[in-house]
Design a protein around this ligand. Structure first.
Ligand code: NDP
Length: 294
């Protein structure tokens, strides 16, 4: 194996330490404690694990955290009323409604109901619009985490050829936008892309966000490329157990790549760290505090 392994767990710890320092300064110099409210509807076990982690790490950074668990049969009207209450609460700087929502609730309507300045997931159409037009919005956490890891690994990304495999609103599209803003030449691939292998072979940076186990093959990776694997796929493992793999054929890709994120322990931990970072960013903007001067 020749690639450097990008340790998302270690890097996310440094991001969370920086967040905790900012929180301490906000409390000491401005008397403000950032607050994040997380709302979950229903009992999806994977979502509950994510939410528990989010709440725990919010407290570890010194922020206020609120966790609202609503039953699976909660009506859209009740959920919208909860969002409106949190929008109006000045102690709440960030609001996250855990997705997916039960089928009877219109996800888009709920996301659009969150005040854009409190939308720490960055999914509101105002925030996607700001990202697309170079404005100052909230940036979705997973792509933001990927960008930070790429900049930490490569420094200036200017002029690099990047491919993003996947074009979802929450990962692929904002990732491509961030890479474009960082002056990469960006290709966005999807299920209709022809000759995906050749497209990937041309790239200095590969971000895979497909949701298909090990779909990006090791021999597609250009020698020395940097590979960010967003995928989280549970597959059958040894002795009847399951294991997690990414969207990239890790062992073979690591033979060729210059640096690569593992699954688990790569992008995943960065997503929560960036949620906390976004909550501090939102708090500063809501209080007209210059984040850079903290
Ligand atoms: P979506 O299902 O919303 O999007 C998947 C994308 O992959 C689509 O754009 C689709 O193309 C494309 N795709 C599907 N099949 C192919 C193919 N054969 N070749 C090329 N492209 C293909 O997924 P998400 O973006 O929400 O998530 C992607 C992965 O990232 C998942 O494994 C998810 O679990 C993981 N994830 C991880 C996070 C983390 O914190 N680490 C956070 C969020 C997601 P088309 O548009 O044409 O259908």
């Amino acid at each position: 194996m020749s690639a450097r392994i990008i340790d998302g767990k270690a890097f996310s710890a440094t991001v969370r330490e920086a967040v905790a320092r900012d929180v301490t300064t906000l409390k000491a110099n401005h008397g403000i404690t950032p607050g994040l409210a997380v709302v979950i509807v229903g009992e999806d076990p994977a979502s509950q694990v994510y939410v528990r982690n989010k709440v725990k790490q919010t407290a570890e950074c010194g922020m206020n955290g609120w966790h609202f668990e609503l039953p699976a049969d909660t009506s859209e009207e009740t959920l919208l009323a909860k969002v409106a209450e949190l929008n109006a609460d000045p102690a709440v700087n960030g609001i996250l409604v855990q997705l997916p929502l039960p089928k009877h609730i219109n996800e888009a309507a709920v996301i659009e109901a969150i005040a854009p300045e409190k939308d720490v997931d960055g999914f509101h159409v105002v925030n996607s619009g700001l990202l697309a037009t170079g404005g100052r919005g909230m940036v979705p956490c997973t792509p933001l985490g990927c960008l930070l890891m790429l900049q930490d690994t490569l420094g200036d990304l200017s002029g690099k050829k990047a491919i993003v495999v996947g074009r979802s609103n929450i990962v692929g599209k904002p990732m491509a936008q961030l890479l474009l803003d960082a002056n990469c030449t960006v290709t966005i691939a999807h299920s209709r892309t022809r000759d995906l292998a050749d497209e990937v072979r041309a790239a200095d940076i590969v971000v895979a966000a497909v949701g298909r186990p090990e779909m990006v093959k090791g021999d597609w990776i250009k020698d020395g490329a940097t590979v960010i694997d967003v995928g989280i796929n549970r597959v059958p493992g040894a002795e009847g157990k399951t294991r997690l793999v990414g969207d990239v054929e890790f062992a073979a890709a690591a033979e060729r790549a210059g640096a690569i994120t593992p699954v688990p322990g790569g992008v995943g931990p960065m997503t929560i760290a960036c949620l906390l970072k976004n909550t501090v960013t939102a708090t500063c903007r809501q209080n007209n505090i210059d984040l850079a001067a903290l």
